[in-house]
Design a protein around this ligand. Structure first.
Ligand SMILES: *Cc1c(COP(=O)(O)O)cnc(C)c1O
Length: 376
């Protein structure tokens, strides 16, 4: 199989599997226990926290481990709303966020929150000016993703962070697609809260984190024990956290190299698509773009069928996002950038990693061209 769906999830790196196996087998003490077995697990969790913090430009005690990106998004939005004490507090977000953000906004709206959902331009960019224009006296939170999971566009998060800071409004970013792939620095970018997931950059599934800047006053999302400094109860997922820390360490030292390898593969793939499928259109910003993302619309082709036919020929790609695959609804992201239902449904996402080769990209694009011919 040629795996080209790395925006849905990545294969864990070898060393990630190794540290997880070791911790599962040997470090089985409860990190909250005072005896040695507990201390060993505790120190593994602490080291992972340090590695994740370093990659984020954060302090270790600003990292709160969660069950993944979805939990972190739910927590950040819900807790910021509740901390405001105003049932009609105003939240600014965008039409291209992950459903973990958008569905939480729907929920908060039912509780009385006011929402502004910003529309991106035709390449998926959200401008800092549009964010600033949406600010009201009751605005308590701005949530804009660092990079989009479907079309790969990278948002001007640093500029948006400056706007939020100037107005004294909390700024949250869903950095799940960006973290470990491109540099993200919570201090330079004035980020107050940031959601991350381990399995999108070589770590395991079911673990992630919410960065909460020191001094930001929001409550807990899971109540119970005193884990995560009282802010996220539940015995730690020690093997998962160990794997997360290992993946963060690898990204810390290898990101630049991996990103340049991915970019080269990506641009090679885009070039090949243009030559083999001349009427294909690449979605998203061509320069401010995740290194591994190719989102392509082929007019008159059914993307979901194309994915199935490619799977039969050993290629794993996705139509739209994994969460909406299986449903035939056109992607909300494609709609937000102004594409028709037909265009949205004719879209395939190829998301690659530094493990892929030029030969794999060539094979996949040739098969895509072939499948497009058959389907049209
Ligand atoms: C995958 C993803 C999530 C959800 O993360 P999980 O760890 O799978 O819950 C949230 N936001 C974005 C942008 C994602 O790509």
């Amino acid at each position: 199989m040629i795996y080209l769906d790395n925006a849905a999830t990545t294969r864990p790196e070898e060393s990630v599997v190794r540290v997880m196996e070791e911790s599962l087998r040997d470090e089985y003490g409860n990190p909250s226990s005072v005896y040695r077995a507990g201390a060993a697990a505790r120190s593994l969790v602490d080291r992972s926290r340090d590695a994740v913090a370093r990659l984020a430009g954060a302090l270790s005690d600003e990292i709160y481990f969660t069950s993944g990106g979805s939990e972190a998004d739910n927590w950040a939005l819900t807790a910021a709303y509740e901390a405001s004490g105003n049932p009609h507090a105003h939240i600014i977000t965008t039409a291209i966020e992950h459903h973990a953000v958008l569905r939480t906004c729907d929920y908060l709206k039912k509780r009385g929150a006011e929402l502004t959902i910003l529309e991106p331009d035709s390449e998926g960019r959200i401008s800092a000016e549009s964010v600033e224009r949406a600010i009201r006296p009751e605005t308590v939170l701005i949530s804009v993703m660092t990079a989009n999971n479907e079309i790969g566009t990278i948002e001007p998060v640093g500029e948006i962070g400056d706007v939020a800071r100037r107005h004294g409004i909390l700024f949250h970013t869903d950095a799940v697609q960006a973290f470990g792939h491109i540099p993200v620095d919570v201090r330079k970018m004035n980020i107050d809260m940031m959601s991350v997931s381990a399995h999108k950059f070589g770590g395991p599934k079911g673990v992630g984190m919410l960065f909460i800047r020191r001094g930001v006053r929001i409550g807990s999302f899971i109540r119970g024990g005193a884990q995560e400094r009282g802010r996220r109860a539940g015995t730690e997922n020690v093997p998962g956290i160990a794997g997360f820390g290992e993946a963060a360490g690898l990204a810390c030292s290898g990101m630049e190299k991996y990103a340049s390898e991915e970019k080269e593969l990506r641009d090679y793939g885009i070039g090949l698509i243009h030559s083999l499928i001349p009427d294909a259109e690449i979605n998203g910003d061509l320069t401010e773009r995740l290194p591994g993302n190719i989102s392509v619309t082929i007019p008159g082709m059914d993307g979901a069928l194309a994915v199935m036919m490619m799977d039969r020929r050993g290629i794993a790609v996705s139509s739209g996002s994994a969460c909406s695959s299986g449903s035939t609804d056109p992607s909300h992201v494609m709609k937000a950038i102004g594409r028709s239902d037909r265009q949205a449904l004719g879209t395939v996402r190829i998301s690659l990693s530094h493990h892929n080769t030029r030969e794999e990209i060539e094979t996949a694009v040739k098969i895509l061209a072939d499948v497009a011919d058959t389907l049209r």
